[in-house]
Design a protein around this ligand. Structure first.
Ligand code: AP5
Length: 239
């Protein structure tokens, strides 16, 4: 663990369809490598909850399961990535979501993030979590999360010890507004049409590695750690 936390690992991008397990894996990586998780979905939901101008604009779009316009995303992501805790690396969960966002991120990292001396060590590694389409609906409809600590549960595969209560702090678990079946279809369509091509974008740059997300959580985590470690040791991604 000392080894895991003492060196920066640069940006880690988690790709995958709604319900693939990006948030679940991000939390394992946070714990192991002590770098922050930046979930654009969580940041947007916070804005909606606080009623900020961004939240007001994003609310209806998210309720339909569509993507929030790119220009609204860029300021929010840039502000977060400029914070000091991102210097050793960070996990992006839910961003980039289309090839335009991927291009924007590359330009941002090039101009604002990389310490030139360490550039080669810090290129983003992109982990795509592949999950069989038929499992996704059950994962999403079964999801519950803690509004206080953010821990994610699933009533089918990872239930809390006491029904509807967080194991960590006892808070009552909640269901996300966009986890209703009629919205889920819109989210899956947005993923198929707009986000899937992002994998091709990174594969062409040799930065994409896929993991089997159908396996139990700890086995997906093991695969993800292996990917991060081989990336640190200079192994290329898939082409
Ligand atoms: P966002 O919050 O990013 O949602 P999403 O991409 O749809 O992803 P989810 O959070 O649903 O799934 P996940 O992969 O994190 O799965 P989880 O780990 O929770 O985005 C929401 C909305 O915000 C978008 O629709 C859009 O409107 C907007 N938005 C966000 N980013 C944007 C952007 N960049 N541009 C424009 N708009 C943007 O796991 C799911 C369930 O499965 C859980 O219950 C978990 O316990 C369970 N589970 C996880 N792994 C396993 C496993 N291995 N085995 C069994 N169960 C598992």
């Amino acid at each position: 663990m000392a080894e895991a936390t003492s060196r920066g690992i640069g940006p880690v991008i988690l790709l995958g369809s709604p319900g693939a397990g990006k948030g679940t894996q991000a939390k394992q990586i946070v714990e192991h490598y002590s770098i922050p998780q930046i979930s654009t979905g969580d940041l947007l939901r916070e804005n909606v909850q606080r009623g900020t101008p961004l939240g007001v604009l994003a609310k209806d779009v998210m309720a339909r399961g569509e993507l929030v316009p790119d220009d609204l995303m860029y300021d929010m992501v840039a502000q977060r990535l400029r914070q000091e805790d991102c210097e050793r690396g960070f996990i992006l969960d839910g961003f980039p979501r289309n090839p335009a966002q991927a291009g924007w991120l590359d330009a941002f990292l090039e101009h604002e993030f990389f310490d030139k001396a360490q550039r080669d060590q810090c290129l983003p590694i992109v982990i795509r979590i592949d999950v069989d389409y038929n499992r996704l609906l059950r994962r999403i409809t079964g999801r519950r999360s803690c509004p206080v600590c953010g821990r994610i549960y699933n009533v089918y595969s990872q239930p809390p010890r006491v029904a509807d209560k967080c194991d960590v702090d006892g808070s009552t678990l909640v269901t996300r507004d966009d986890d209703r079946e009629e919205v889920i279809r819109g989210r899956l369509t947005a993923y198929e049409q707009q986000t899937k091509p992002v994998a091709g974008y990174y594969a062409r740059k040799g930065r994409l590695v896929s993991v089997n997300g159908d396996l139990p959580v700890d086995q997906v985590t093991e695969q993800s750690f292996r990917v991060i470690e081989s990336h640190r040791n200079g192994a290329p991604g898939e082409n």
